[in-house]
Design a protein. Structure first.
Length: 148
């Protein structure tokens, strides 16, 4: 076979610094579109984005030559600057250090897409820390409670 074919689907979650409610609804569409642009620039595909005022979920098809750490560095760094442009009152905006990333199979895309799109509704029932714990348990990731 002369070409390399991959499909590396990732569910990525990250929050604002100290989980502060700093993502205003009026910038969400532009922000999510911006994430998509960063992914395209890095030969990856953002399939869906969603979240709340203090965190985001992304479903990404990671490019075959891209390290996740490099993609996330670019997404978080560049979008932090973009948010400050979109909402000048957020001049102190920052993302929390780190992120959660989980691989998923194609069979999980439909359910995950619905889950990401319904984040606001979901968080009327469950807070972010409990959501993170549930995701870590679902994906069988060992973790230190101090970092949740």
């Amino acid at each position: 076979m002369a070409s390399t074919l991959t499909k590396i689907l990732l569910h990525v979650v990250f929050s604002t610094k100290r989980r502060a409610d700093q993502i205003p609804p009026q910038v969400e569409d532009d922000l999510y579109g911006f994430f998509g642009g960063v992914c395209r620039r890095m030969d990856s595909l953002l399939k869906v984005a969603g979240g709340t005022a203090n965190h985001v979920h992304l479903l990404i098809n990671l490019g075959k030559t891209v390290a996740l750490s490099d993609l996330m560095l670019n997404i978080k760094r560049d979008s932090s600057k973009k948010i400050k442009e979109l909402a000048p009152t957020l001049s102190d905006f920052h993302w929390q250090d780190g992120y959660f990333a989980f691989s998923i199979g194609e069979s999980g895309v439909e359910d995950l897409t619905a889950y990401i799109r319904k984040q606001k509704e979901h968080h009327q029932r469950i807070d972010f820390k409990d959501e993170v714990r549930a995701l870590l348990q679902r994906y069988k990731v060992e973790y230190d409670e101090a970092y949740v």
